[in-house]
Write a protein that binds this ligand. Structure first.
Ligand SMILES: Cc1ncc(COP(=O)(O)O)c(C=O)c1O
Length: 369
């Protein structure tokens, strides 16, 4: 796994500027890079803290000196001892979206003489976690959480994961506007009912260019993750240009069994098997570049389609007219989904043009619990 440092740094700066211009705090989701080194670059650029999904990731980042971690993930009270240990070293917050779970946390915190900062997750259309945004039900839920001893309600939090399924830029813009309107209306109703909502948190890379400016008067923070690296899906969703993609997988041709087929040494254990998403369907498991050094001018070879992945093999269809590839030749593949690729290796290489700068340890890889 290669990470092109100038692109990484430019991506971090660009998103920070978008947030700064809107007066919205940036709290990047570290599940993309799982690397304290990258998190420190984000904090150095102005991020107010980071997000993790799992406590295991948070433990790595807190041990690396990061003092403010939010877990926009429905943590379970069975892990209270780990949360309390983290709280001794950092500010930690997480989401709740079920009253039984909130009560469980309340009891665990009370028993420990501690308090946990929580936000209530609102489902703004992805239909994964979160309570309905309908104020008739959501405001009583918020009030109930706010009343639980041992919990401190910080506010509400959403994730527009459905934006990954948008078919056009206009649809993305509408999704962004709808999220702002939904979260704004709920925050307003809750405050009118006397519930203190200090934070309104949203975040996802695909709609960020629309959501952050549109949410300037509504959101207090934005939590994009993928933007540090970008990938083929983000290019497909108009969130990035190919020349912004910082992560690629360096691969070697290990077999060339037919004129129309070569095999690379990057299977699903290197590239991950996610399909590409975007306004138009992109075939295959990544863009194949013959240029080993990333440059703004380099384009992927349209004749090379990563058609099939086994664990350690990528089967590439070679269309007529392609320059031949033979065993030993190398290519770079920009994957469909960068975040899962980061979780597949202990260390990437930070590179700058033709130069290898240093290893990039991915210290929180595999921390899925
Ligand atoms: C709750 C939550 N917030 C923020 C993000 C960041 O999304 P993205 O990687 O699209 O920027 C994610 C991504 O999985 C998420 O699940």
């Amino acid at each position: 796994m290669l990470v092109e440092r100038p692109r990484l740094v430019a991506n971090i700066r660009r998103m920070q500027r978008l947030a700064d211009d809107a007066g919205v705090a940036l709290r990047p989701h570290a599940k993309t890079h799982k690397s304290p080194l990258v998190a420190h670059l984000q904090l150095g650029a102005g991020a107010t803290g980071i997000c993790c999904a799992k406590l295991g990731e948070a433990e790595v980042f807190v041990d690396a000196g990061i003092g403010d971690v939010r877990l926009p993930y429905p943590l379970q009270p069975v892990h209270a001892a780990r949360l309390l240990a983290l709280q001794a070293k950092a500010r930690v917050s997480f989401i709740v979206d079920h009253l039984d779970v909130a009560r469980g946390w309340s009891e665990a915190m009370r028993a420990a003489g501690a308090t946990a900062d929580v936000l209530v997750k609102i489902d703004v259309g992805f239909h994964r976690c979160g309570i309905s945004p309908d104020p008739a039900a959501a405001v009583p839920f918020l009030r109930a959480v706010a009343a639980l001893p041992g919990l401190r309600l910080r506010g509400i939090l959403s994730h527009a994961g459905h934006a990954y399924h948008a078919h056009s830029d206009d649809e993305l813009r509408q999704m962004a506007k709808a999220e702002v309107a939904t979260m704004g209306a709920l925050a307003h109703e809750a405050r009118a009912a006397g519930v203190v909502i200090d934070e309104v948190s949203a975040g996802a890379t695909p709609p960020a260019r629309h959501s952050v400016p549109a949410g300037r008067d509504t959101f207090t923070e934005y939590r994009p993750g993928n933007y540090v690296y970008f990938d083929r899906t983000m290019v497909g969703l108009g969130a990035a240009l190919r020349r912004d993609c910082a992560l690629s997988v360096l691969a070697t041709v290990v077999s060339a069994p037919a004129a129309d087929r070569v095999i690379l040494d990057c299977g699903s254990k290197s590239l991950a098997a996610d399909g590409a998403r975007g306004f138009a369907a992109a075939p295959g498991h990544g863009d194949v570049y013959r240029a080993l050094v990333a440059s703004a001018e380099a384009d992927p070879d349209p004749h090379l389609i990563v058609e099939r992945l086994s664990e350690e093999h990528a089967t590439v269809r070679v269309a007529d007219g392609a320059a031949p590839l033979k065993p030993g030749d190398r290519v770079r593949v920009v994957p469909n989904h960068a975040c899962v690729v980061s979780n597949l290796t202990d260390a990437a290489w930070l590179v700058e043009g033709p130069d290898v700068i240093e290893p990039l340890p991915i210290a929180a890889r595999g921390r899925t619990a």
